[in-house]
Design a protein. Structure first.
Length: 376
């Protein structure tokens, strides 16, 4: 194969593109993944150092088999590379009795026979001293959840891609692509890449790279903040597992202080729609919205509404907040993965394998829940 041809071309070597290249390369498939920025960059949707993984899944029980399989694949990758990818300290879904957030997580645990513990707000405060939630709140503790270390995941993927002869092309924006029954072409400023199959994993730019499909995607601006705390140990992973809380102020998520960083939090539910090529990428003083100040002041102990570090990220939302992973409706040799709606990092390994299946085995079908056709 020439330097610009491969069996499979991947557009976008972010989370899912790197994972697809990793899965393909390990199968011995010749793959080139083309990335407009650097590999593991701060411009896309995988910045901010850490991600939550969990098995009890309030978003829907259909995700649970994938949470388990993705976890297994991450564990194996961790063992093979010796890199710390997972910090398994549990994960808390916290809600009011009325909004039922914790019960939704519990329902998926019951359905799939997963371990879980239901706690009251009082239990949470006693067990995890950084919390000060109302005593009648309820929480579902998923003991097998925890924190994924993003940079190490990218390093692990890259190590195995390189070892298997896969190629990552950095700092080349894809300007266009075409597919016919004979193969695919992908154009960058550096020339034309050719392949038999194409995978498009363009994250927040999916709407632009797949403009032919008019996908109902909305890119939202997501400031990420690390907060000053009195005692790092109170917010260390063992003492303060990652959480998602629906507390009638907002829907927040947070991750413990994974050294050298402090306590990290963001708002999951706000919808500030932007253009990924043109928006305010610096976190502004007004991003510390009153809801954040209220949440930190009333629900946490020993944390302050002052940031020690910030970064910017983007969600790419679908109307139903479920993913799009499918073959392109007009091109059987093009697989697409988009619209990850702020909750997909934990699935990267299994989605990489699924994309590799779609690209190499015509008999494999996409999952109906993630079909692109559900919006038409
Ligand atoms: C603040 C925040 C917190 C999150 N927390 C969690 C969490 O706790 N748990 C969890 O599971 N998930 C979480 N997520 C979601 C998860 O990180 C994302 O859903 C996931 O990273 C998206 O992967 P992706 O491959 O679609 O996008 P990206 O990782 O952004 O990759 C897309 C890549 O395509 C490249 N690209 C685009 N267009 C082109 C082009 N024309 N040419 C070449 N390259 C191109 C981009 O530069 C980018 O690198 C969070 C997301 C954010 C923003």
């Amino acid at each position: 194969m020439s330097s610009k041809s491969a069996e499979v071309i991947v557009i976008g070597a972010g989370t899912m593109g790197a994972a697809a290249a990793w899965a393909l390369a390990r199968r011995g498939v010749d793959v080139i993944a083309i990335e407009q920025f650097g590999y593991y960059n701060k411009m896309a949707s995988h910045g901010g150092h850490t991600r939550i993984f969990r098995h009890c899944y309030f978003e829907g029980e259909k995700y649970v088999p994938w949470t388990l399989e993705a976890d297994r694949l991450f564990s194996e990758l961790q063992d093979r590379t010796g890199l710390e990818l997972q910090i398994r300290v549990g994960c808390l879904d916290i809600g009011t009795p009325e909004n039922g957030h914790a019960k939704l997580a519990r329902a998926t645990a019951i359905e799939h026979n997963l371990p879980y513990e239901m706690l009251t707000g009082k239990d949470v405060n006693e067990r995890f001293p950084g919390w000060n939630v109302p005593e009648d709140f309820e929480a579902c503790l998923d003991p097998d959840g925890g924190v994924l270390r993003v940079e190490n995941v990218f390093t692990a993927f890259r190590r195995e891609i390189d070892a298997a002869g896969g190629r990552i092309v950095e700092n080349q924006k894809v300007l266009g692509w075409e597919a016919t029954d004979d193969g695919v072409t992908v154009t960058t400023a550096d020339g034309v890449y050719t392949g038999k199959q194409l995978i498009i994993t363009a994250g927040a730019w999916a709407g632009k790279v797949l403009s032919d499909l008019h996908l109902p995607l909305q890119v939202t601006r997501k400031p990420v903040m690390w907060f000053e705390v009195d005692d790092m140990n109170t917010f260390a992973p063992r003492n303060f597992p990652p959480f998602i809380i629906d507390c009638d102020i907002q829907h927040f998520y947070g991750l413990p202080a994974v050294a050298p960083d402090s306590l990290k939090m963001g708002i999951h539910s706000d919808m500030n729609v932007v253009d990924p090529d043109n928006f305010q990428r610096e976190v502004q003083p007004e991003d510390m919205v009153p809801e954040f100040v209220e949440f930190i002041g009333s629900m946490l102990k020993g944390a302050h509404a002052r940031t020690s570090m910030t970064s910017m990220c983007m969600y790419t939302m679908t109307p139903d907040e479920d993913f799009i992973i499918d073959r392109h409706p007009q091109h059987a040799n093009v697989a697409i993965a988009a619209g990850f709606s702020g909750h997909s990092f934990k699935f990267a390994t299994v989605i990489g394998e699924h994309l590799a299946d779609l690209a190499t085995d015509p008999s494999v079908a996409g999952k109906p829940a993630f079909a692109v056709g559900r919006f038409s």
